[in-house]
Design a protein around this ligand. Sequence first.
Ligand code: GDP
Length: 420
Amino acid sequence: MRSSIVVGLQWGDEGKGKIIDAIAGSFDYVVRWNGGNNAGHTVVVDGKKFPLSLVPSGVLQRKKLLIAQGVVINPAVLLAEIAMLEAAGYRVDLMIDPRCHIVMPYHRAMDTASEIWKGKDATGSLRLGIGYCYEDRNNRAGIRLEFLLRPTLLKDKLEKIFPLKRAIIEKGYGVKTDFTIETMLAEYVAYGKKLKKYIGDVSALVTHKLDTHSFLFEQAHGTMLDPVFGTYPFTVAPPTIASAVFPSVGIAAAKLPVIGVTKAYTTRVGNGPFPTELLDAVGDTMRKNGNEFGTVSKRPRRCGWLDLPALRYAVRINGVTHLAITKLDVLSGLNLLKVCTGYRYHGKILREFPAQISQLPECKPVYETFAGWSKDIGHIKKRNNLPKEARRYLSYGERELGVPIRYISNGAERKALIRS
Ligand code: GDP
């Protein structure tokens, strides 16, 4: 199998973990390249659910795993995840790039304090400190994984960085901190000792093996959460679009297949614009049938119809070559399905998501209506055996997006996958 990039085309939670787990068997390595432990995947194998937030989703296929420098790491969470997987009988064959940045207690404290400060304008952050960790990385005040191996250097960094952080948290936000340089040093040096065996140059490994081995590059979050091309400012800190794989791993740009994952409908968690949102009983049915509650946050996800203008945009921005459609089974039982085909904006029809996000509130979705299907489709193995209404729905999306569907997921289990 050729190396491929898997990207979510919506606001995250598209089921990337499920697709990666289902297809990882054909690849040598699975590489996670962005985000932190705020991005959870749920993978279900033989009825057992594995919530993953940092370990790449290829772990359950016993693949070689890499965490590239674009990921930020909360060591306690990573070590707990490794322990959970090992207890379940999975060996975690993992290499982590030493350039990865570490989420510190003051990042979490600042995240929490600033969300409270913003009140009703809060971003909807999970308060895990991920955005603040990226901010420090970009502002040259971060703690890299490699620093955890050098207590003197770590102490020196914390002595320079922490007094200002504490002043902001305590004097700016009025929240008391319950950690000190000493407590952080003790805790993080201990993490360094445990993580040492995993550290290796991921950038060099992928560069040297890209021609001879196959890599599956796993994105966290989704295209519409990208800090530039997403629904700014309701976005995440790291880039999420496919081309960001190259700097995030540390390899030269190459033309690779891009598998774009989208649900058969739309969801988003947290605040921010969502043109096709359903605030009615149909939205409630999708949430219930699709179990649309966050893996990490447990927050109910907002649900709505499939949004082609947003998907056309995501297909273009990512250079998607194949589609993976997930959760088709969730639509079974709905009498009518709607698909947003364009946005009406001041008398014009826009086929793509607007470049000016400030225009979005004035865009009204234009819908095409499709007949639904009533029977359960979870057991179906071939696209041709799907009800004709489901086939029509899929073919319409495929035609409108101009990209072939390669995978159709019709259940959470690894086995529930139609290769088309
Ligand atoms: P990710 O972050 O993109 O991997 O997505 P999440 O794991 O956060 O959310 C997707 C959820 O949908 C998980 O609980 C999956 O087990 C589940 N899931 C994935 N594909 C399907 C599917 O085709 N049908 C159903 N019913 N559930 C699915």
